[in-house]
Design a binder for this molecule. Structure first.
Ligand code: CP
Length: 311
């Protein structure tokens, strides 16, 4: 089986079949990553450029690891030491890189739509590693892989995503992806951190945390993204923690096997208490582990591989 999509720009409009194929392939690569030798030859000879215009720890390292474990040649583009600092445009940057014969581009950019723009000016396969407030599809895929690993299914599960929804590309990708997989997602945050137009997300949005948490199988906390805000959107950290922070008291009211997630980086003691982040219910480091397998699966399938991923 092959993917219907040619690029991974987001999960809006991506079919349940494509998401399932990526998750099933990621499970196979997860098996590879448990071996002593964690490398397969499937993308030997392909060159993948990692074009990060924004900071990243997890996404950047896991894409590079995924490329190395697929035997591709990763090329890391550092904006701070590049000619972007001399004013070179995104179009000229990518066309000059493409002239050196590359195959795939992983891009993180502060502007929503930058990955789509790249599909219009290059012939390379484009993978979105986070574009502005728009989408972060591989994060949502690794989140779904982790939930399926822990709870054995996705269909019918209730997920509460709590925090700074307005600035969260993770929330958007999860809303679209999880809905396609038959999950029931509720987005929740302070009224000032909720998007105004939520119809296109197709999931309920509320500022009432008790309503969002009621009966949830999965609780995903999101960081308040202070770096994307120009004015204060809640009175104090203390007030945010009191009203929307997830602590042991809130955990005690959930199902015993509830899964606690966070895409990272965590503001410990603000949206998530440290002792909950490190509790048995937390799968935060499993999410990071699974990020490598999911990114291997996406690169492998977009690079032309079928469902026989592991050799
Ligand atoms: N989850 C995530 O995107 O983390 P980074 O910003 O560190 O890549």
């Amino acid at each position: 089986m092959n993917l219907q999509i040619q690029h991974l720009l987001g999960l809006e409009g991506v079919s349940r079949e494509d998401i399932t194929l990526i998750l099933d392939t990621a499970d196979e690569f997860y098996g590879v990553l448990q071996r002593d030798i964690k490398v397969v030859p499937t993308l030997r000879g392909k060159t993948v450029v990692n074009l990060f215009y924004e900071n990243s720890t997890r996404t950047k390292i896991s894409f590079e690891l995924a490329e190395k474990r697929l035997s591709a040649s990763p090329l890391n583009f550092s904006v701070s030491t590049s000619s972007v600092n001399k004013g070179e445009s995104l179009r000229d940057t990518i066309q000059n890189i493409e002239a050196m014969k590359i195959d795939m581009v992983v891009v993180r950019h502060p502007c929503a739509g930058a990955p789509y723009f790249l599909t219009q000016c290059t012939g390379a396969v484009i993978v979105n590693a986070g574009d502005g407030l728009h989408e972060h599809p591989t994060q949502a895929l690794l989140d779904m892989m982790t939930i399926r690993q822990k709870l054995g299914r996705l269909d019918g599960l209730k997920v509460a995503i709590i925090g700074d929804i307005f600035h969260s590309r993770v929330a958007r990708s999860n809303a679209w992806g999880m809905k396609a997989m038959g999950m029931n997602v509720t987005l929740c945050g302070p009224p000032t951190l909720l998007p105004q137009h939520t119809d296109s997300l197709g999931v309920p949005v509320t500022d009432n945390i008790d309503e969002a948490l009621d009966g949830a199988d999965v609780v995903m906390l999101l960081r308040v993204q202070l770096e994307r805000q120009s004015s204060a959107v809640f009175p104090s950290e203390h007030e945010y923690r009191e009203r929307y922070g997830f602590d042991l008291e809130r955990l005690s009211r959930m199902k015993k096997e509830v899964v606690i997630m966070h895409p990272g980086p965590i503001n410990r003691g603000v949206e998530l208490a440290s002792n909950v982040a490190d509790s048995e219910n937390s799968v935060i480091l499993d999410q990071v582990t699974n990020g490598v397998a999911v990114r291997m699966a996406a690169l492998y399938l977009l690079g032309g591989g079928g469902s026989e991923a592991v050799r």
